[in-house]
Design a protein around this ligand. Structure first.
Ligand code: SF4
Length: 325
C-alpha cells in the first residue's frame, strides 16, 4: 500500500554525562500498514517509547530512515505537519493528554486548528466523536474531562487523533490504567477502527495478553532491538527467543511449561553487552543448553531482523542452530 509507515535501520543514540553513549534504539526495521495492528512489546526501558516518539517525529533519529507512503519523514515544518496528519499519537488520558480546562469539543478540534483545517469544524468533531463511540456526539461537546468516565476520556483522546483522518495510530499503553471492563471496550474500539475504517495501529505495550487480544503481528523488543517478530499467535504460542520464552512463561495457560525467572536486571542502554545483548540474562546460557553456540553468543551479534515479511523470526544463535539442524 502507499500508506505504509516504514522504519529502516532506525537508531536513536544520545550522549550521557561522562562521555558514554546510550543506544536507546539500536537498529530497528518496522512496517505498519493500514488495516493491521502491530504490537511492540517489551519491558519498560527496552526502548519502545523512544521508538514510538521517533516514529512520530517527536524525537530525532540519529541514524536510519523513517518514511510514510515512501516519503521520508522530513525535518521541515510543512513536511512534518503533513506526516503528522497521517500518523497520529494516542496517549493514555491519565498521562495528561486532556487539558482539564478544555471542553471535549475544544480538545477534539485542537488538531484541526493546528493543521489549519477550517471547513465544517463541528461536523468533523461530531464525526470523530461518533467514530470513537461517543454518541450522540453533540451531547459531549460542552463536557469537561472531569465530568466523564475514564473510558469516555480515553475515547475523547482517540477522537482527537481520528479527527485528522490519519492512516496510522501509534498508541502508547492505550489502556494500561483503565479498569478491566473499560479496557475491553477501548480494545474493541481499536479493532473496529481497523476493520471498518482500515486504520493501522502500532500498539506499544508491556502486556502480552493485550497484544494477543488485539494485534495481528508482534515485535518483541529488548535493549533497543527487535529480537523476535511474527504473527502474534505464532510468537505467543511457540515463542523462540529465550527472552520471549521468559516473558511468555509467566502468562496464564503458558505454552512454556515452567515460569522462567530472568537473571539480573535490564542493562543500561549505554552498557549494551557485546555478542548477544541478552547473554548475561539468558536462561539457555545459564542452564548449559546454549553450550554448542556459546562462542557465538559471546562474540557475535545475532543481528537485526529485517522488516517483518509475515514469517516468524528470532535473533538468536541457538534458535538458528536448532532450525538449521
Ligand atoms: Fe541466549 Fe545465545 Fe540466543 Fe543470545 S544468542 S538469546 S545468549 S542462546
Amino acid at each position: 500500500s502507499d500508506k505504509v509507515l516504514t522504519a529502516r535501520d532506525l537508531r536513536v543514540e544520545f550522549g550521557l554525562p561522562g562521555g558514554r553513549t546510550a543506544r536507546a534504539v539500536d537498529g530497528v526495521d518496522l512496517d505498519v500498514a493500514p488495516g493491521e495492528i502491530v504490537a511492540l512489546a517489551g519491558e519498560s526501558g527496552c526502548g519502545k517509547t523512544t521508538l514510538a516518539r521517533t516514529l512520530l517525529g517527536l524525537e530525532p533519529a540519529t541514524g536510519g530512515r523513517i518514511a510514510f507512503g515512501g516519503t521520508p519523514l522530513g525535518r521541515s515544518g510543512k513536511a512534518l505537519k503533513a506526516y503528522r496528519r497521517q500518523v497520529q499519537l494516542v496517549l493514555q488520558d491519565p498521562s495528561g493528554a486532556l487539558n482539564p480546562r478544555h471542553t471535549v469539543y475544544e480538545a477534539v478540534a485542537e488538531g484541526l486548528r493546528i493543521h489549519g483545517i477550517t471547513d465544517d469544524e463541528p461536523g468533523r468533531v461530531a464525526d470523530a466523536l461518533a467514530r470513537a463511540g461517543l454518541r450522540p456526539p453533540e451531547r459531549f461537546f460542552l463536557a469537561y474531562p472531569h465530568e466523564l468516565s475514564g473510558g469516555q476520556r480515553q475515547r475523547v483522546v482517540i477522537a482527537g487523533a481520528l479527527v485528522l483522518e490519519p492512516s496510522i495510530l501509534i498508541a502508547d499503553e492505550p489502556v494500561a490504567s483503565l479498569d478491566a471492563s473499560v479496557r475491553g471496550e477501548i480494545l474493541s474500539l481499536l479493532l473496529r477502527l481497523k476493520e471498518d475504517a482500515g486504520l493501522g495501529a502500532l500498539v506499544i505495550t508491556h502486556d502480552l495478553g493485550l497484544a494477543w487480544s488485539i494485534a495481528d503481528r508482534i515485535a518483541i523488543m529488548y535493549l533497543g532491538r527487535i529480537v523476535e517478530q511474527g504473527p502474534v499467535e505464532q510468537v505467543l504460542t511457540a515463542p523462540r527467543h529465550p527472552y520471549t520464552r521468559a516473558l511468555v512463561s509467566v502468562l496464564p495457560d503458558s505454552p512454556v511449561p515452567e515460569p522462567i525467572v530472568l537473571a539480573g536486571e535490564l542493562p543500561d542502554a549505554s552498557r549494551i553487552p557485546g555478542g548477544c545483548r541478552f547473554r548475561p540474562r539468558c536462561q539457555e546460557v545459564a542452564s548449559g543448553s546454549a553450550l554448542p553456540v556459546l562462542g557465538r553468543c559471546e562474540g557475535e551479534d545475532p543481528g537485526v531482523l529485517g522488516p517483518d515479511g509475515g514469517s516468524h523470526e528470532a535473533a538468536c544463535h541457538l534458535v538458528h542452530a536448532r532450525m538449521a539442524a
